[in-house]
Design a protein around this ligand. Structure first.
Ligand SMILES: Cc1ncc(COP(=O)(O)O)c(C=O)c1O
Length: 462
């Protein structure tokens, strides 16, 4: 192993890295990026990589967009900070709130701003609790999420998340957070079960869960339209219509976590439009500002807003808020990002590029290591297996997914491996057809190199 560069050595002695094996990282050190342009990021040696993950599912407009830089600079000169506490306000937050109401896929009354997806989802939980207190239903507080969901890492958001790696030894989920079945047909359907039958079974299981807990105790259901960090899981046909029917029957508030799917990822403005369901409220973050600055929000329907009025009148304040919620510079950048999305028809463009992206993705189903290549719009995943007919996974300690990531980096491609040796892809929405081809050519070479290694080292053996 080559000795770490000075910068890398300083990193190892200085930073705790999220989602990193902290022990082996001390040997490998970081991959350090210095600059970026378009869909490419460049490391400290000047080597270019296609950012096949849009950072963390977020840099929709790619890098080096001068309009976004100028929007931030102009707002910093004008009013670098102002908050929304105690009735204060500022122009960028008001305008952004209006814009989000205008483009929302469901009737929205108000917007609450925060800075991250986790804060948005924590806020969703608190608002639902507040709502049911306002409605004098103090027992109706449980929240149903799903196995393999990802909703963030703050304590309520981590409780919503349905991934063991986010729970283990962190003492979450908190009581009152339930996880319904994962809508992944490849892994969880029974032999011969159609997508529709699988969806019906998941809805029946959700209903059984709500009934066994007591509908008077179940407040809300939260879902990503397409699950992201759980492995890019596209639900089976008819899933959301069946799930929504159960939620409606038991008066369960429906939250769409659009932190990844919002702003064009699936070729529609919001993911719920593509998947055909109508949530009560929506969480947004990431591509809201194309990740040039942190900003997130909760889009609140009128009925929920009325409950906030009732409670805050009773208590004397709405006792929730973050210092940087609706930060004027972030809000100005988000406004500009939405202007660009509209002017350059970015969501339609994503829809137009999706067939090529999905065709190249699905062609990987023929690769000997690939159990399932799946996706929707401009998001996808490749699930690696040790044995295709039985869908047997590699032993986790073989770290096959991380090995593909290394081979991909050598080919100049950034992808991410999530649990279960699933490689995720989520390029900037501004990617060109030629860059899509370059991405998949590099990924194919990385998979071929991984296959050589798997065969040479007999990695597939149980
Ligand atoms: C669907 C979804 N919700 C919430 C979050 C949490 O967002 P953040 O990391 O900004 O807290 C993420 C992050 O990837 C996400 O993918």
């Amino acid at each position: 192993m080559s000795p770490l560069s000075n910068l890398a050595a300083r990193d190892v002695e200085t930073l705790v890295h999220p989602y990193t094996d902290l022990a082996s990282f001390r040997e490998t050190g970081p991959l350090i990026f210095e600059r970026a342009q378009g869909v490419y990021v460049y490391d400290t040696e000047g080597k270019p990589y296609i950012e096949g993950m849009a950072g963390l599912w977020c840099t929709a407009l790619g890098y080096g967009n001068e309009e976004l830089v100028e929007a931030a600079t102009a707002q910093m000169h004008k009013l670098s900070f102002a908050h929304l506490f105690s009735g204060r306000s500022h122009d960028p937050a008001i305008e952004l709130g209006e814009k989000l109401k205008e483009i929302a896929p469901v009737p929205i009354s108000k917007v609450f701003f925060c800075s991250s997806g986790s804060e948005a989802n924590d806020t969703q939980v608190k608002l639902v609790w507040y709502l049911n207190n306002a409605l004098d239903r103090p027992k109706k507080k449980k929240i149903v999420s799903r196995v393999k969901a990802y909703h963030g890492v703050t304590i309520a958001a981590a409780s919503l998340t349905g991934l063991p790696g986010n729970h283990r030894d962190f003492d979450v989920p908190l009581p009152g957070f339930l996880h319904a079945g994962c809508p992944h047909h490849y892994r969880f359907a029974q032999a011969g079960e159609s997508e529709e039958d699988f969806a019906s079974r998941l809805a029946a299981e959700l209903e059984a869960l709500i009934e066994s807990e007591g509908p008077e105790t179940v407040a809300a259901f939260i879902a990503e339209p397409v699950m992201g960090a759980g492995g890019v899981i596209v639900p089976p046909r008819t899933y959301f219509e069946k799930i929504m029917a159960v939620c409606t029957k038991h008066d369960v508030f429906m939250i769409s976590d659009e932190v990844i799917c919002g702003f064009g990822r699936l070729g529609t403005a919001f993911g719920c439009e593509k998947l055909g369901f109508v949530p009560h409220s929506i969480s947004v973050a990431k591509a809201l500002s194309s990740a040039y600055l942190p900003i997130a929000g909760v889009m609140i329907p009128e009925a929920l807003y009325q409950a906030l009025l009732v409670e805050s009148k009773k208590i004397g304040t709405f006792g929730h808020g973050f210092t940087y919620g609706g930060h004027p510079v972030s809000a100005a950048v988000a406004l500009k990002a939405i202007e660009i999305y509209s002017r350059e028809r970015i969501f339609d463009r994503a829809a137009e590029l999706a067939p090529r992206f999905q065709a190249r993705l699905r062609a990987l189903n023929d690769h000997p290591l690939v159990g399932e290549a799946r996706g929707l719009g401009l998001i996808g995943a490749v699930e690696l297996v040790a044995d295709k007919p039985t869908k047997r996974s590699f032993l986790p300690q073989r770290a096959v997914g991380p090995r593909v990531v290394q081979f991909a980096e050598a080919e100049g491609l950034i992808v991410r491996a999530v649990a279960g040796d699933v490689l995720t892809l989520c390029p900037p929405l501004i990617i060109s057809e030629a860059e899509i081809d370059e991405l998949f050519d590099s990924l194919t070479r990385a998979l071929d190199n991984t296959l050589d290694w798997v065969q040479r080292e007999r990695i597939a053996e149980p």
